[in-house]
Ligand binder design. Sequence first.
Ligand SMILES: [Zn+2]
Length: 256
Amino acid sequence: MESLHEYILAAINDIIIWWAWYLAEISFQLIISVISYIIVCVFLYFLLKKVDSTAWQLPGPPNRLLLVTAHPDDEVMFFGPMIYWIVQRNKSNIHLLCLSQELPDHPKIQWPEEVIAENVLQFIEMYKMDAVVTFDKHGVSRHKNHISLFYAIASLCIEKKVPTYCKLYTLESVNIFRKYTLIFDLPISLLSAPYWYLISYQQRYYIKNAMRAHSSQYLWFRQLYMIFSRYTLINTLHEVNLLDLELDLQFDDDDD
Ligand SMILES: [Zn+2]
């Protein structure tokens, strides 16, 4: 009995020693991996700052782009890098349609898709917009007003109401870890979306300045957001297409 007890203790001891050694080995590899990843991100950032990235921006470029947002500060908080480059390149006219003037501003209120869709379609046809950009189905922060915009655009696409000259794009929403990693989201961003806009820390000055124009909205937590959010440096976009939408909506139905 005594020997069995000793045997079990010795076995437990062995296991503890083995795990301690294994964790020490792994932690060293982990540190090396993290350092390598940081080096890759910094290298990519400096490389992409130097190269002409027009090839990865919205194709065309569009002549007239309609940016559909929910609130008056959305364009700065989420779409800054894209707007910066569109204005800088001076090849596209950018028009902003912000819907909270007509509809209630509340994170839990889903706006009526038909009303938004009709509004957007009217603008597309009236001004011959050849690109529309808005939020995706997660609306960056899962704000219901943002999400309504996606479903309005999706309904236009599904009902085949969008004129053939016009393409629809959505801003990719990222998870909370990616949202606050600034340039350390760069490798994942480049792999996750076909279109992207990157600005430098120096160019970000213009976006922060634009946010100051929304002085009533520029509370301490938004100031922190403007410092740490990856959306103030990187925008990644996807084109909306019918097949993806139908698959997506089918999965959503199955989930319900
Ligand atoms: Zn908003």
